[in-house]
Every structure is written in structure tokens, then in C-alpha cells.
Design a protein around this ligand. Structure first.
Ligand code: PAF
Length: 529
């Protein structure tokens, strides 16, 4: 574990990491490290899966710098807790390779007076904590931008605990076009719910037990909403009263839209989220906390043409995020497989419609989390992947009677949320109010290449690439021109073209898109990416 005190030492360390072609993950702190920081460092140190090659071990850098720019004249700059020796031990044990702990003069050699400042948009920085901490977020944005300029990390990890700071820094990184990922990580909490903060160590034992009322009251607010409370003003009034009764002085208690931080006059309706944000004083210590309100567990819609690798990445994405995988492609395949055995012309919708009443289709997951498909009690998981089924599925899937039967079944499965569905019309017809819609695609040539590989790996004869390309183009044409539920990119879908991307990179991108909409505090990660 290296302690870097100068910018020159820092630059040398960053260069050596780049020479080793390892990603640099950066956790900025003001020191006095606690479990919340350590959870960020552990996340930063997680091994990254890589396509084929050895897994990648990121180099983790932690900065410890009590930034004078973000303290107001009456705030606790002079008394802010410092213990660099202990910070080094804790950070090393959590997986950091280096700590950058410069002096003010080292980081800002020209002094603070004439410094270039980074001013975030005021509608983000002057609300919530900004109402009483003038200049605070400008100070945060300025120092973090300076650190990012020096370090040039691949990933910046920040706690969701300081939600407003996270929203602002994401915006700064995006507006300045800085080439890095900003990852927000779940709030770490003490056993009684108090969110981890360096300032918790200011609390006397009596204050510490009063402070627990902050997370407890936010939890009760969720309970009131679940019990039917529907008006914002009485909810906030109740919240303030409860906190004051617990001996906490309320600075603000507000319900805002989590990404724009605009006040919400009414409670969110699915799929929107809301942030219940609170700042209190417990004695002389200022504490903040929040709760993300999510009307229902998230739904993700992944649409796209055949052969774009949707089911492979969707399955892995679902597992990573603890979502149920709804493979609608498998449902259409199962119907096709079953109809093939009924001696019916697959192009004849009139003949097919009455038969559908005799079909019971069910999806489940086995002990390994793999999808199992059964038709009238028979396991068809493998047989529905037969090329003969593949060749006829788009004809069957174009019948209105088949689509409406399966759409109804899919919508019923999605009623409680918490799923990711892949198909052709998920974002347009099945779940038009999905939290995230992705249109996953790849060029015809790339899809033909993948299809050839898949067929040969499964021991099927592999046609020439030109023939596969012709089949895929024909399938695209059929899927996008059919009158019923054509393959369309939803207006609000994000298009992801996966040519040249390894599966792991596609999954990581899906997780990144998901996290732009759903914080970990609302829907925690279930497995490392
Ligand atoms: O969250 C903090 O500790 C600080 O605001 C940060 C991001 C390290 C900037 O000084």
C-alpha cells in the first residue's frame, strides 16, 4: 500500500498502472474512513470479468483530502476528524493499492483565491443541502474535477448516501465530457439503520441513540405510504413532527424527483421514483439521509432483432440484478414447437386460434437459476432451440391470436414487477411503462457470424455465412413489417449496437444504463458485475 503525498508521486503511480493495462478505480474521501468508505473500496477492488482472457484486477486509489472549498465559514473544517495512519491501514485491508493524501498547497499550488471553479447547475446545487450550504457543491465539484484531471480514472465510485453530491458529480462528468464511469454504491448502514458518515463520530452516546430515529422515521414513512397515505404535504408534516419529537432539529424534509431534484407535488406513479430527503441536526451534528420510493420493483424491456444475443445477455443481466428473466422468445418458440406437433398449417391463423386453448405454457427457473420451459407439463427447454423451430417461429409469432395470448400471459407475469423481459415488442406493447427500454442490435454480418458459431458449438450443420445473412435479413424483414406487433424500437428506448462488444461488456453496459435510472438503495445489486 503506497502513501502518495505529492502530485508527482501520484502521476507516476497512475502511469505505472496504465503500463500494466489495469483499470484505475478511484474513491475520493475526506478521510476518517468508516465502513461506508470501506464498502466503496471493496466494490472498487472487485475483479472485473473479461471476455476469454484472465479476469482484470483494477488498481484502487483512495484520496484523503479535507477540501476547504466545500466548507462554509461556520462549518467544521477546523475540527473535521483526521487519522491518516488508521485510514491507510483500513483502506489497504479493504483492497486499496494507494492513498493520495496531498496538502492544500500541493493540490492547489496557485492558492484558492483565484482558482478556476466548477459551478454545477444551480437547480441541482442550490436545493436540498445547498439551501443552507452556499458554495458547498461548487467546492465539491471543483476539487473532484481537479482530482479527476490528475488521476484520469476509469471509474469513480461514490456513495448513494450523499445522493445530491452523486447527482451533481454525474452531471459535471457528463457536461465536461470526462471519459469515465461514475458508479453510485448502496448506502452502508449501522445495525440500527444510521447511515455511515465520518460525522457520526461527533455524536455523544445520547445523541447517537437519538440519531437512529432518522432512518427509523424514514422507514415508517414508507409504511405510511404502503398503508395508503397519498398526499405529500401531510406526509412531510408528519415526518417533520416525528423527527422533532425524537429530539432532532429538521433542516429540511422534501420529496423530490431523484435525478432532477425538482420538488414533487404528488406521489410518484409507476414507473417514476421519488426521493424522500431529510437533513437534521442532532445536537450540533448535521446528519442527512434519504429513502428512494419505488412504486413497484423495476421492469426492464430488451427488444431487438433475432440473433442479437438478447437471451444470453438478458439472462446474465437478470441474474446480476436479481430480476426474474422473462424469455418471451422462448414462449414463442414453445408455441411453435407445440403447433408443429398438432398437424396444423403454421401459416393458418384461423386453424391455430382454437388450438391455443389446449396449450398450457409455463416458465420456471431451476436450482442454477436457468430457465425451464414446459408445454402441457413436458419439459421443452432444449427442443425449442432446434433450428427447425427457429425457422418457423416468426411465422407463428406474427399471428394476432398467438400474440394476444402470450402478451396477456407476459403482462400477468409482470404485474408485480422485478423482471427483465426480452423479445420484439416488450417496450412497445407488453410493458410500455418499463423503467428501462433497450433496443439491442447488431449488424446482419455480425449476427450471422454469431449464429454460425452457436450452431457449430451445438453440433448442428453450419450453413455458409452468406446464406445465414440472407436468412437473418429475411427474418428482420418479416419481423419488422408484420401487421401485428412489428419489431420496432420504442421511442424512449436506448439503442445498443453490440458489434465488436464482448458479452461481458454488453452486460456491464446494461447494468450501467439500469443504474442511471434505479439507485442501488432502491434495488440492490445481487451479484458483482
Ligand atoms: O463525499 C466526500 O467525502 C467529499 O465531498 C468528496 C467527494 C471526497 C469531495 O471532497
Amino acid at each position: 500500500m503506497l502513501l502518495l503525498r505529492t502530485c508527482a508521486e501520484l502521476l507516476r503511480w497512475c502511469a505505472s498502472l496504465r503500463l500494466q493495462q489495469r483499470p484505475l478505480h478511484f474513491v475520493p474521501t475526506m478521510g476518517a474512513l468508516h465502513e461506508g468508505h470501506l464498502s466503496l473500496i471493496r466494490r472498487a477492488a472487485q475483479v472485473q470479468p473479461a471476455a476469454g482472457a484472465e479476469p482484470v484486477h483494477p488498481g484502487v486509489l483512495v484520496s484523503v483530502f479535507v477540501n476547504p472549498l466545500q466548507f462554509g465559514p461556520l462549518e467544521d473544517l477546523a475540527t473535521y476528524p483526521e487519522d491518516l495512519e488508521q485510514d491507510c491501514c483500513l483502506a489497504a485491508a479493504a483492497g486499496a493499492e494507494a492513498i493520495f493524501a496531498p496538502t492544500v498547497r500541493e493540490l492547489f499550488p496557485e492558492g484558492l483565491a483565484g482558482l478556476t471553479r466548477v459551478q454545477p447547475p444551480t437547480y441541482l446545487s442550490d436545493v436540498l443541502c445547498g439551501q443552507t450550504r452556499a458554495g458547498h457543491f461548487e467546492g465539491v465539484a471543483t476539487v473532484v474535477t481537479r482530482l479527476l484531471g490528475l488521476i484520469r480514472p476509469d471509474c469513480l465510485l461514490l456513495g448513494e448516501k450523499d445522493w445530491q453530491q452523486l447527482v451533481i458529480l454525474r452531471r459535471v462528468v457528463s457536461d465536461l465530457g470526462l471519459p469515465l464511469e461514475v458508479r453510485g454504491c448502496r448506502t452502508w448502514r449501522e445495525p440500527d439503520g444510521l447511515a455511515g458518515s465520518s460525522r457520526n463520530r461527533y455524536l455523544s452516546p445520547a445523541e447517537r441513540s437519538r440519531a437512529a430515529a432518522l432512518p427509523a422515521t424514514l422507514q415508517s414513512a414508507r409504511g405510511r405510504l404502503a398503508a395508503g397515505e397519498s398526499l405529500v404535504a401531510p406526509l412531510l408534516e408528519w415526518l417533520r413532527r416525528e423527527l422533532e419529537l425524537a429530539g432532532l432539529d429538521v433542516e429540511y424534509a422534501e420529496l423530490v424527483e431523484p435525478f432532477s431534484l425538482r420538488p414533487l407535488p404528488t406521489l410518484p406513479r409507476s414507473p417514476s421514483l421519488a426521493l424522500l430527503a431529510v437533513a437534521v441536526r442532532c445536537g450540533s451534528t448535521r446528519l442527512i439521509d434519504h429513502m428512494v420510493l419505488m412504486p413497484r420493483p423495476p421492469i426492464v424491456a430488451i427488444d431487438g432483432p433475432a440473433g442479437a444475443g438478447k437471451s444470453t445477455v438478458t439472462r446474465a443481466f437478470a441474474r446480476t440484478l436479481g430480476l426474474t428473466f422473462l424469455d418471451t422468445g422462448a414462449m414463442y418458440r414453445a408455441v411453435t414447437w407445440w403447433l408443429r406437433g398438432q398437424g396444423v398449417d403454421l401459416a393458418d391463423a384461423m386453424a391455430i386460434e382454437p388450438l391455443l386453448a389446449g396449450l398450457t405454457l409455463s416458465l420456471s427457473t431451476d436450482a442454477d437459476g436457468d430457465l425451464q420451459v414446459s408445454v402441457n407439463g413436458h419439459d421443452v427447454t432444449t427442443t425449442i432451440r432446434d433450428p427447425a423451430v427457429t425457422a418457423q417461429v416468426s411465422v407463428v409469432a406474427a399471428h394476432a391470436c398467438v400474440r394476444s395470448a402470450l402478451t396477456r400471459q407476459q403482462q400477468a407475469m409482470g404485474e408485480r414487477g422485478g423482471l427483465v423481459a426480452e423479445g420484439r415488442d416488450i417496450g412497445t406493447a407488453v410493458f410500455p411503462d418499463a423503467d428501462l427500454k433497450v433496443f439491442l442490435t447488431a449488424s446482419v454480418a455480425e449476427r450471422a457470424r454469431r449464429r454460425a458459431l452457436d450452431l457449430s458449438e451445438r453440433g448442428y450443420p453450419t450453413p455458409e455465412l452468406a446464406e445465414l445473412e440472407a436468412q437473418i435479413s429475411e427474418r428482420d424483414h418479416l419481423d419488422s413489417t408484420r401487421s401485428v406487433a412489428p419489431l420496432l424500437k420504442a421511442a424512449d428506448a436506448v439503442e445498443l449496437v453490440t458489434d465488436g462488444m464482448a458479452i461481458e461488456a454488453v452486460i456491464a453496459e446494461l447494468v450501467r444504463l439500469f443504474r442511471q435510472r434505479i439507485p442501488e438503495d432502491a434495488w440492490p445489486e445481487s451479484a458483482p458485475v
